[in-house]
Design a protein around this ligand. Sequence first.
Ligand code: HEC
Length: 151
Amino acid sequence: MKITTSTQKYVWEIAAILLGGAFAATSLLAWQSRPAFDLKASITRGKAIYDTQCVTCHQERGEGVKDVYPPLAKSDYLMANKARAIASVVNGAQGAITVNGAKYDNEMISIDLTDQEVSDVLNYVRNSWGNKGDAVRPEDVAPQRKKKAGE
Ligand code: HEC
């Protein structure tokens, strides 16, 4: 067969279509392998955890206690860094911080929760009292856990 310019163009077009199809198929597969996350359900579970584990310090409406416990409601510090918020809960937090322009220098003990509970309680606080944040997934939690001695 004599290869003319138009045959070449035709071959390239077919190749491009096949490649495009393969790309779309892999993207679809990748997308399907990450299960949908039900943020609403997570927030609901998170409220129950907040009401038992966090409310004594951070208070009913996340307002905190002046000079002692920082607020979570509309907290610039909380919303600025998802990984840091996860780390504060699983490893505890201490040292001087500034939240919404006010200084706190206190200590929060680590709270013993599963990866899913951490994601739930953070989805609750990050989506309550005027906060709006994207989902914290259980798989985001493990990388923030500090290794304990012997592990
Ligand atoms: C015993 C009191 C106490 C409890 C219980 C507690 N915290 Fe805290 N939390 C603190 C203190 C104190 C700080 C500030 C630490 C510092 O000064 O560095 C803090 C800081 C934080 C911060 C970062 C600062 C901010 O305002 O954004 C987050 C996020 C947070 N806590 C979330 C939680 C969550 C979620 C829970 C429940 C799972 C919880 N805390 C339970 C006392 C507490």
